[in-house]
Design a protein around this ligand. Structure first.
Ligand SMILES: [Zn+2]
Length: 74
């Protein structure tokens, strides 16, 4: 095995490691919403102890908060 080949292999290994770290970072960066007592999107306050993440909407008109929030996460 030549020294050049070893050097090349080291670089490849390093590159793969970087890709792996990026993948882990991206996974960690995924924001899983948790109930915070108000809408994650428009910050409309909910009743105390509410486990809601987004506005439920009114009557037949569903809130678009969850959808808007999801779109903004991309
Ligand atoms: Zn909302």
């Amino acid at each position: 095995m030549s020294a050049d080949l070893i050097d090349h292999t080291d670089k490849l290994e390093g590159h793969l490691l970087e890709m792996r770290i990026d993948a882990i970072r991206q996974k960690a960066g995924e924001r899983e919403p948790v109930p915070v007592g108000h809408c994650h999107w428009c910050e409309e306050p909910f009743e105390e102890g509410s486990q809601r993440l987004f506005c439920p909407g009114e009557g037949l008109k569903a809130s678009t908060c969850a959808l808007d929030w999801q779109t903004s996460q991309r």
